[in-house]
Design a protein around this ligand. Structure first.
Ligand SMILES: Cc1cc2nc3c(=O)[nH]c(=O)nc-3n(C[C@H](O)[C@H](O)[C@H](O)COP(=O)(O)OP(=O)(O)OC[C@H]3O[C@@H](n4cnc5c(N)ncnc54)[C@H](O)[C@@H]3O)c2cc1C
Length: 364
């Protein structure tokens, strides 16, 4: 699925080549081409998409069986019935509505939100010529941020920042901000006041970083903010309590599981404090078991994406995009096997899911 998506994205000119990210590589996409690609693939697959709809309730049968959801649209409430419902809300909203077990971060502490933004008008060759090709900015920039903060010239709460060249000329994609409340409190976007404050403070903070870039970074003297992300970026909120939980130690131990349905080689990338913590997995990968997507109780409901059952540092690795694609693909197969064989979704054999994934071209 990730491969198919990348191929189509590249065909539309929306995917850059691999760029260095510390000890690994990443690829930068163009957001509009991403949306076009997603629309096209969904249309090709015959999916009925309902945009601008919020799930507001869950349809329960007999106290524990999920039979679909109620969604709020501009024409009112729409009821969607399904043999298997997949909660891919990122926030385990359906799990919570169904009253199933969930948890939030490390005893309620979650990774900080970040407002992504794009600078245009950058002299990219001067920028790359000076700073090199690693998208994780080196100590020169980190030290400068700390010095300027100490001198009272700027308020830049994160000194380890990531700047990516993109598919467009003269553009940098900026992953720099660390959004906290105005009183310094860490924010949890599950709370509507925190989510709103993150949005507002995020927009304020990108102006401050852009001012610093213009004043101090090579190639950025004439740069300007093109746009912010469509909303503040949320890394972590509520997650499903699953039959299994991916543990922090499983990541760096590169643990493999008999019931694996996905692989990940991404580092632990924990966003907390002025310097995000990055711990690398070199020349190895860990696996994610199917049971991380199966809630502890109830029937008819699976989860996919970043609301999987995984500990705080484990989800700081397992939450990233290509991995979420692979979870969605695997959970989609699980749901389809459950419907075809009239099985409870929790009873689907992970080997059957793997077999379907491998038929799709995965190597698990
Ligand atoms: C700042 C930032 C930078 C990142 N950088 C990278 C990166 O460089 N590389 C990488 O691979 N990953 C990166 N990630 C991680 C990655 O983007 C996310 O973890 C991933 O998108 C999670 O996917 P998801 O589908 O599980 O959740 P989300 O992307 O959060 O999607 C959930 C969707 O569900 C919708 N939704 C939520 N609740 C409801 C409801 N009740 N009813 C209806 N719809 C609902 C939301 O609107 C949203 O569209 C980054 C994340 C952040 C925040």
């Amino acid at each position: 699925m990730a491969d198919e998506f990348c191929t189509e994205l590249a065909r539309r000119g929306g995917l850059g080549p691999p760029v260095a990210y510390g000890k690994t590589w990443t690829r930068v996409h163009e957001p509009l081409a991403w949306r076009d690609t997603a629309d096209a693939l969904l249309a090709d697959a015959g999916v009925q998409v309902i945009y601008h709809a919020v799930a507001t309730g869950v349809l329960m049968e007999g106290g524990s069986r999920v039979e679909g959801a109620q969604i709020w649209t501009k024409q009112g409430v729409v009821t969607v019935r399904a043999d298997v419902t997949v909660d891919a809300s990122g926030d385990a909203d359906v799990v919570a509505m169904a009253g199933l077990d969930s948890f939030v971060g490390d005893q309620g502490r979650v990774q900080n939100p970040t407002m992504i933004f794009r600078m245009m008008g950058v002299d990219v060759s001067a920028f790359l010529g000076h700073y090199g090709s690693d998208t994780i900015m080196g100590e020169e920039v980190g030290a400068l941020i700390r010095r300027e903060n100490d001198a009272g010239n700027y308020a830049l709460p994160r000194s380890k920042i990531w700047l990516f060249t993109t598919t467009r000329p003269g553009e940098l994609l900026c992953n720099c901000t660390r959004i906290t409340a105005s009183d310094g409190r860490e924010l949890n976007p599950l709370f509507h006041r925190d989510f709103t404050e993150a949005e507002i403070n995020g927009r304020l903070q990108i102006r401050e970083y852009a001012r610093f870039f213009r004043d101090h970074l090579v190639g950025c003297a004439d740069a300007f903010i093109n746009d912010s992300a469509v909303q503040v970026g949320v890394r972590q909120t509520r997650q499903a309590e699953g039959v299994a939980k991916l543990m922090n130690k499983d990541i760096l131990a590169a643990r493999k599981f008999d019931s694996s349905i996905a692989r990940s080689a991404w580092p632990i990338e924990l966003h907390a404090g002025a310097k995000p913590k990055v711990e690398w997995l070199l020349d190895d990968y860990y696996e994610v078991p199917y049971e991380c997507f199966v809630p502890t109780q109830g029937e008819g409901l699976l989860v996919a994406g970043r609301c999987l059952s995984a500990e705080h540092e484990a989800v700081a690795s397992a939450r990233v995009t290509a991995q979420c694609f692979s979870y969605g693909q695997a959970v989609g197969h699980a749901a389809s096997i459950a419907v075809r064989d009239r099985l409870p979704a929790r009873s689907v054999d992970p080997a059957a899911i793997r077999s379907r994934l491998n038929n799709d071209g995965a190597h698990i």
